[in-house]
Design a protein around this ligand. Structure first.
Ligand code: 3H9
Length: 699
């Protein structure tokens, strides 16, 4: 194994070079290497100054997350940073790429920092449920002041090199090769022979006394549920009020507690799961992709418009087609409104909005797709209509153009079979609103070729989406699972649980919104229509219970938020769900007709009844090979359905509870409610019998 930190001396300057691809993570070996090489350079009489730099695309992008949660660090990082900071010769950090987490903490222990002008610097630990653990909470306030330091640490947002210069986080920017600029700078300061400035000896200006209470309120809200939240504030406060060493100790204890927390474990799981999801097991990473220069979208409604925005915002020219000018005008005006709202909120520059809008052209004829490399249809969920569309697209699109459906349930293979190019057909299931939601299910048909799949995954990355591969089945990964979640919420209402209690139990579990309020927001008519379509297509259910409440409410004109009443009522123009006795009466009537007796149900049962069907169905999805791995399913649910990231997704959550407990609970529900919805998935039974966890089914 080659050494991850090397030393070379040129003209009195020692270059300590980190070489630990892909992102030069600060592993135990790198930390030890830094300590040893800097010690050697410090002892070499030929060396007048040291430049700390890294090979490859970035300076250190953080501590090596794969080493967390093991037997603990083998190297004392504080001691390593003390070697840098205490060095009698000037130590200059030459920064490029993403200088994150432990990387920025290393840089702050150096005496000077020179950054490439495209560099980004940040302490994103909080996104992993952590706080900086290598002195970041103590050195950053000393360098840039308390308020900006707290902002960087509590949001995890990186700053640009220019902002870092303005804040005093770096001393100079470099336009050319940062290593050369840093070496020149190092030689100059070494010749001046002034003592190297040490960050830890700087004093911090205390903020106004009210600052801490305000900050506590702000952080308490933004970091709700994260164990790191209170620690972050306490550690930054210690940087102001206590000696450096005490602050470091406090930070060390807090970091150790956070690393062990379930929340951080869950967030770290999601970090790696997201990256694994981008890989398709049987398709090599270097599979050539097809060039995509122009994209076509069919349907200027909510979905089609949102999809067109995704591509236009990412720089792709888009041809948007609908049946007539009126539909296009309506669609374009919604798109303009969405962009205008982003500009008004300061999220988008007016110039970028104009550029994105100028990329969208409209037409009423598929002939406009002759120059498209990819066409996505977002028409109604009607198979006959989709088959017609695919036949037409196959005729007008050039050979090699990829044809995609945004269907959320229908069979991609059937659509592919309507063309003479089944290998070029796949599903691209965007989530609504498509221009906001990060998730994209990439549905692989039986014939979809590897290069088409590789192109879709690459495209998703360019759009800033997190893509998950799904096989073909009714509802794919996400919607197939959501069926059980919604069903149990409905059955619980029939068993006498008030809608608000169901929502409360699930928001307390961590969902941003409960299933009942969500149904009202989406519109109860949507589900009722979908059920009617399914029935028409012979895919209907013979169980009246899950759909009866929505059906009755819709028949009473209660479609949800849009009509001012659904399962809740709403003040005119309001969105706050208010309990409504009229809805409760409709539920109670339906329950009586179906002969369902109300009974006492506690919050734990509400959560288990809604969450465990996700786990059970996910186990089937895995066994059928519809999803590649458990982490992919977690990514779908966290990014597409608001499953709380602090629980790491349904399968990480199941592993955390313990699969034997999950299986027991499912069997209890099977005993009470029958086998129809509660037969344990065979894979779950097998894992329990073998004493294994879902995590063991990852790659
Ligand atoms: C920390 O620093 C704690 C300290 O305060 C205390 C220490 C005592 N470790 O994202 P990409 C892998 S906490 C290990 O696809 P990009 C990643 O899994 C850390 N591996 O590339 C992937 O592997 P693979 C604070 C890491 O260009 C490959 O690198 N730092 C780490 O889109 C490429 O990653 C962070 O939280 C890591 N730290 O984005 C930064 N980082 O190819 C986390 C990446 O096998 N990292 N990998 O799938 C990032 O934000 C992005 O990876 C980065 C590059 C922006 C750096």
């Amino acid at each position: 194994m080659s050494d991850p930190v090397n030393l070379s001396v040129e003209d009195g300057i020692a270059f300590v070079i980190i070489d630990n691809p892909p992102v030069n993570a600060l592993s135990g070996r790198v930390a030890a290497g830094l300590r040893d090489r800097v010690t050697e350079a410090a002892a070499d009489p030929a060396v007048i100054a040291i430049v700390l730099t890294a090979f490859g695309r970035t300076f250190i992008a953080g501590a090596d997350i794969t080493e967390f949660g093991g037997d603990g660090p083998t190297v004392d990082v504080h001691a390593v940073l003390a070697v840098l900071e205490d060095c009698a010769k000037p130590v200059v950090a030459a920064l490029h790429g993403t200088i994150y987490g432990g990387g920025l903490e290393v840089a702050m222990a150096c005496h000077y920092r020179i950054a490439d002008d495209a560099a980004r610097l940040g302490l994103p630990e909080v996104k992993l449920g952590l706080l900086p653990g290598a002195g970041g909470t103590q050195r950053l306030p000393r360098l840039i002041g308390v308020a900006p330091a707290l902002e960087m640490i509590s949001t995890g947002k990186p700053v640009t090199a220019q902002d870092a210069l303005n804040l005093g986080l770096v001393d100079r920017l470099s336009k050319g090769d940062v290593r050369t600029v840093a070496a020149r700078f190092a030689a100059t300061v070494a010749r001046q022979k002034s003592p190297p400035p040490r960050t830890r000896t700087r004093t911090v200006i205390p903020p106004a006394p009210s600052f801490w209470d305000e900050a506590a309120a702000r952080i308490g809200k933004s970091l709700r549920g994260l164990p790191a939240g209170p620690h972050i504030l306490a550690c930054v406060r210690a940087a102001v009020e206590r000696p450096f060493k005490e602050g470091l100790d406090l930070e060390g204890q807090a970091f150790a507690a956070c690393v062990r927390s379930r929340e951080s474990e869950a967030l770290r799981h999601l970090f790696f799961a997201e990256r694994r999801a981008a890989r398709i097991k049987d398709i090599p990473r270097d599979t050539p992709t097809r060039p995509i220069a122009r994209v076509g979208v069919i349907g200027a409604g909510t979905m089609g418009g949102g999809i067109a925005m995704c591509f236009a915002s990412a720089g792709y020219p888009v041809t948007l087609v609908d049946i007539n000018e009126a539909a296009l005008t309506r669609g374009l005006s919604t798109i303009q409104g969405n962009y205008a709202a982003s500009v008004a909120k300061g999220r988008l520059a007016a110039i970028d909005r104009d550029a994105a809008l100028s990329r969208i052209r409209t037409a009423t004829d598929y002939a406009a797709f002759t120059d498209a490399d990819l066409v996505i249809e977002a028409a109604f969920e009607d198979m006959d209509l989709k088959l017609l569309i695919f036949r037409d697209l196959d005729r007008v699109c050039r050979p090699g153009a990829i044809l995609a459906s945004n269907t959320s349930t229908l069979n991609i293979d059937q659509m592919a079979a309507a063309t003479a190019r089944p290998g070029d057909v796949l599903g691209l299931h965007f989530f609504s609103p498509a221009n906001v939601m990060r998730l994209l299910e990439v549905v692989r048909g039986a014939a979809t070729t590897p290069d088409v799949m590789a192109t879709a995954m690459d495209l998703a990355r360019r759009l800033g989406k997190v893509a998950v591969v799904s096989g073909v089945c009714d509802g794919f990964i996400g919607n197939r699972m959501v069926a059980g979640y919604g069903r149990e919420a409905n059955l619980l209402m029939l068993e006498g649980v008030e809608p608000a209690r169901i929502d409360k139990a699930l928001t307390e579990f961590g969902f941003p919104m409960g299933p009942i309020a969500m149904g009202d927001m989406v519109g109860l008519d949507i589900g009722v229509k979908a059920a009617a379509e399914a029935e028409k297509a012979g895919r209907g259910s013979d169980d009246p219970r899950p759909g009866i409440i929505a059906k009755r409410l819709v028949a009473a004109g209660r479609l949800g938020q849009k009509t001012g009443a659904g399962l809740y009522r709403y003040e005119p123009g309001g969105r706050r769900p208010l309990p409504d006795p009229a809805a409760l009466a409709i539920i109670a009537d339906a329950a009586r007709e179906l002969g369902i007796e109300p009974r006492d149900i506690d919050d734990q049962e509400i959560v288990d009844r809604c969450i465990l069907p996700l786990v059970n169905e996910a186990a089937r999805i895995l066994a059928e090979g519809i999803a590649q791995r458990p982490g992919d399913i977690d990514i779908v649910w966290v990014n597409g359905y608001g499953f709380p990231s602090l629980h790491g997704g349904p399968l990480f959550h199941a592993d955390t509870i313990g699969l034997p407990k999950v299986l027991d609970r499912i069997r209890q529900f099977q005993d009470r409610h029958g086998p129809r919805y509660w037969t344990p998935a065979p894979l779950l039974e097998t894992l329990v019998a073998e004493g294994r966890r879902f995590a063991e089914l990852e790659d």
